[in-house]
Ligand binder design. Structure first.
Ligand code: CA
Length: 159
C-alpha cells in the first residue's frame, strides 16, 4: 500500500455556469479526500474566472480513494454550488506531479473546469516496502525484537 504526502495547488477555474444574475460570483473551491477538507479563500467578484493559487498539503493514506472538488459561490445565507467534480487521488500521486484541468458539473451538465497542480512525496520510497515487511513480521510474531527495528524505521521515515 502506498501512502505519502500530496501537495496540491488549486490554481484557477474557468466556469461556464453562473449562479448570479445581477452580480458577479464570489467563488471558492473545496477539495475533499475522506476526512481531509481544504478550501481556498473566496475571490470576491471574480465571476467565472477565479484565480486562487493556493497550496495545501494532504496526507494520503489510501491511494485508491476518490477526491471531490466543489466550486461554490459565497453568498449571504447559503452558498450556491457552482459545480462538483471527482477523480482518483492516485492520478495525482505520481512522480513529477500533475497539472490538469478537472471538469466540474452541475446536475449532469458541464459547469466549467478547475486547474490543479500536484507534487507527490511517497513515504519512505525504498523504506516503504521495508516497513510493510516489518509490520508483517510483527503481525505474525509480536514477541520478537523486530518491533524495535520497525519503530526505528518509522522514526527514520517520519522524521
Ligand atoms: Ca455571491
Amino acid at each position: 500500500m502506498t501512502s505519502g504526502k500530496l501537495t496540491i495547488t488549486i490554481e484557477e477555474a474557468r466556469l461556464t455556469r453562473d449562479t448570479e444574475t445581477f452580480s458577479k460570483m464570489d467563488p471558492y473551491c473545496v477539495f475533499q479526500l475522506r476526512e481531509h477538507i481544504v478550501r481556498t479563500k473566496t475571490i470576491t467578484n471574480a465571476g467565472k474566472t477565479p484565480k486562487w493559487n493556493e497550496t495545501f498539503s494532504i496526507d494520503v493514506k489510501y491511494i485508491g480513494d476518490d477526491f471531490t472538488i466543489t466550486v461554490k459561490d459565497e453568498d449571504i445565507g447559503s452558498d450556491d454550488i457552482v459545480g462538483i467534480g471527482q477523480g482518483k487521488i492516485s492520478a495525482m500521486c505520481v512522480p513529477g506531479g500533475i497539472d490538469e484541468w478537472y471538469v466540474v458539473s452541475h446536475k449532469g451538465k458541464n459547469a466549467g473546469q478547475v486547474r490543479i497542480r500536484s507534487a507527490w512525496a511517497p513515504i519512505g520510497g525504498m523504506g516503504a516496502s521495508g516497513f510493510a515487511m516489518g509490520s508483517g513480521v510483527n503481525a505474525k510474531g509480536a514477541v520478537d525484537m523486530s518491533g524495535m527495528s520497525g519503530a526505528a524505521q518509522m522514526q527514520a521515515m517520519f522524521g
